[in-house]
Design a binder for this molecule. Structure first.
Ligand SMILES: [Zn+2]
Length: 70
């Protein structure tokens, strides 16, 4: 595992729920593998996860404003 890009500390992999609030919409992903620095506590999320969350937020936003097509 690559060391922390912020402090060079040891990075471990943990599983946790990831919660993001985008435009007032809360998206939760459970049991996501997240890398965490044991030294400074910085978390590193997988790149695809944020994309996935952003896409779901977009869908929910559309549905909110245009319920007929939801
Ligand atoms: Zn660190």
């Amino acid at each position: 595992m690559k060391p922390c890009t912020f402090c060079g500390g040891k990075v471990i992999e943990i599983k946790q729920d990831v919660k993001r609030i985008i435009s007032g919409i809360t998206i939760i992903r459970k049991n996501i593998k997240v890398k965490k620095c044991t030294s400074c506590g910085q978390r590193f999320y997988p790149g695809g996860l944020m994309l996935d969350i952003a896409e779901e937020a977009q869908k929910l936003l559309k549905r909110r404003f245009d319920p007929a097509t939801g």
